[in-house]
Design a protein around this ligand. Structure first.
Ligand code: C2O
Ligand code: CU
Length: 499
């Protein structure tokens, strides 16, 4: 179902535009297509512009548009065999044949045009997780018609915020996300601080069978109740750790994205001095001391990493709950990145841009409480927000609340049952203010996803600055697709205004 309120209300996009004619119809991947195109650059028209910083770790999409303020790329969702381990390749679903999909990077304020082709045998959409864009371009299956097999869609939006984001399927997510339909997005600051290297690390866990194939999906039991956890960690699409080299004396920026379906990881770094510099919504007002952060599905963290002079390697570790030998659970340590320290370099101190977070000591416009949980309906588990369930595939649609654009609002999300719920709000940022009624001081910065750990509550403050119709849901696919998903409306008059 598509809300009549949204249709035609958002303008500016190219929703539904038929781009079949300029999208390759062969089995070529977009990367191959793009390599054949030599954009003609007219020196008189194009401003000399500082090139985007190089991001190590992922293949970047090729920008086919010579205009320095427009990034125009091609993404095709397609099945492909991917070498995840040293063993047999794994049949995956990919963007352009890659897991993760190719890196989309742009400068804040750029227009991004993505010519998308669906070469999967199933419907799909792409959601640009964390980008505060026009809702018609957000990939919400509640707004846009799903892109059918062999269909195309042109996503066209302006990236308003610098930071680390990601893109992923927003349909049949239980299977499509696990099978690899995700990729990284980096939006560079207008004047990006300089580092000796910038890396992106997309972390995931996947459950493979003995033949190295994605293990069968189970729609009940622990997989349903806690979400499907993997039996192998992936870093940038290969069995972790990924191995890189770094230099003594360097100062690096590491952007870490969790594409996991269900598991939370504690991130720790050895062999370097590390500061926390960014969260879901971009850079912090100032770098903070770092020892460990918990990264929940959907979340991002940015670290400033200075290799120790006397160390041989810098290691990014994940601390993950695993089965204990004698029963119960224990925390295991798994290397995600091993960066061998080779040679020396000299770095200048990065100059961070001025970042001011929205005030939290304001009188909120309203205070809401959403209880999240599960109910048993005729022997079938349904997950709920505020007692309501939305089923994406059945087009059941729930509008949870209408917000006044730009008015600070406090939302207390309370879970009464044990599984964790990484709760995500599309199209907006928020700050985490309280947990269980107590002020929070160790979860700084702007967020779009907050982890609710079992029976607890978290209170978030958002200014709901981006008008439109937005999804709110648990990022564990089994929970979201079994009902823990709804829409909110944000508009000048509390939702049903124009924008
Ligand atoms: Cu990354 Cu609606 O999700
Ligand atoms: Cu959940």
């Amino acid at each position: 179902m598509i809300s009549g309120w949204m249709l035609g209300a958002c303008g500016g996009g190219t929703a539904g535009e038929d781009v079949a004619s300029d999208v390759a119809t062969s089995g070529d991947t977009s990367l191959e297509v793009a390599a054949d195109i030599e954009p003609e650059v007219d020196e008189d028209v194009v401003d000399p512009i500082i090139p985007l910083p190089t991001i190590e770790g992922l293949v970047a999409l090729v920008d086919e548009n010579p205009d320095p303020t427009i990034v125009e790329v091609r993404i095709t969702a397609q099945p492909a065999d991917v070498q995840l381990t040293a063993g047999d390749p794994t049949a995956m679903l990919t963007y352009n044949g890659l897991v993760p999909g190719p890196l989309l990077h742009a400068r804040v304020g750029d227009r991004v045009i993505v010519h998308f082709t669906n070469a999967l045998p199933a419907d799909t959409t792409i959601h640009w997780h964390g980008l505060r864009i026009d809702d018609a371009m957000d990939g919400s299956p509640m707004i846009m018609a799903p892109v059918p097999p062999d269909g195309t869609f042109t996503y066209d939006f302006v990236v308003p915020d610098a930071g680390t984001f990601w893109y992923h399927t927003h349909l049949h997510q239980i299977q499509q996300l696990e099978r690899g339909l995700y990729g990284a997005i980096v939006v560079h600051e207008a004047e990006p601080p300089a580092f000796t290297a910038e890396r992106v690390v997309v972390i995931d866990d996947i459950r493979l069978d003995d033949d190295n194939q994605v293990a069968p999906f189970v729609a009940s039991g622990p997989d349903l109740m806690a979400g499907r956890a993997g039996n192998m960690l992936l870093a940038n699409g290969a069995q972790a750790p990924t191995r890189v080299t770094t230099a003594r004396g360097g100062i690096e920026r590491w952007r870490i994205i969790s594409a996991s379906n269900a598991i939370e990881m504690g991130l720790e770094v050895s062999g370097a001095d590390v500061r926390l510099i960014g969260t879901d919504g971009g850079l912090l007002p100032e770098p903070l001391p770092f020892t460990r952060v918990e990264i929940a599905p959907g979340q991002r963290y940015e670290l400033e990493v200075r290799p120790h002079a006397e160390a041989d390697e810098v290691v990014l570790n994940a601390r993950v709950l695993v089965a204990a030998p004698g029963g119960g659970v224990t925390e295991g340590t798994f290397a995600l990145v091993r960066a061998a320290i080779e040679g020396d370099t000299t770095a200048t101190e990065p100059v961070y841009p001025t970042v001011v977070l929205p005030a939290v000591d304001v009188a909120p416009h309203e205070s809401l409480e959403w209880e999240i949980g599960a109910v048993n309906v005729a022997g079938k588990v349904q997950f709920t927000i505020d007692g309501q369930s939305m089923f994406v595939d059945d087009d059941e649609h729930v509008t949870l609340h209408e917000f006044v654009q730009g008015m600070p609002v406090l939302i207390t999300i309370t879970s009464t049952v044990s599984p964790r719920h990484p709760f995500h709000v599309h199209g907006q940022f928020f700050q985490i203010i309280e947990r269980n009624g107590r002020p929070v001081s160790d979860e700084p910065g702007l967020r779009d996803t907050v982890q609710i750990r079992g029976a607890e509550s978290a209170t978030i403050l958002s200014y709901m600055e981006n008008p439109g119709q937005w999804m709110v849901h648990c990022h564990i696919s089994e929970h979201g697709e079994n009902g823990m998903m709804a829409d909110i409306m944000v508009g000048p008059h509390g939702g049903h205004g124009s924008h």
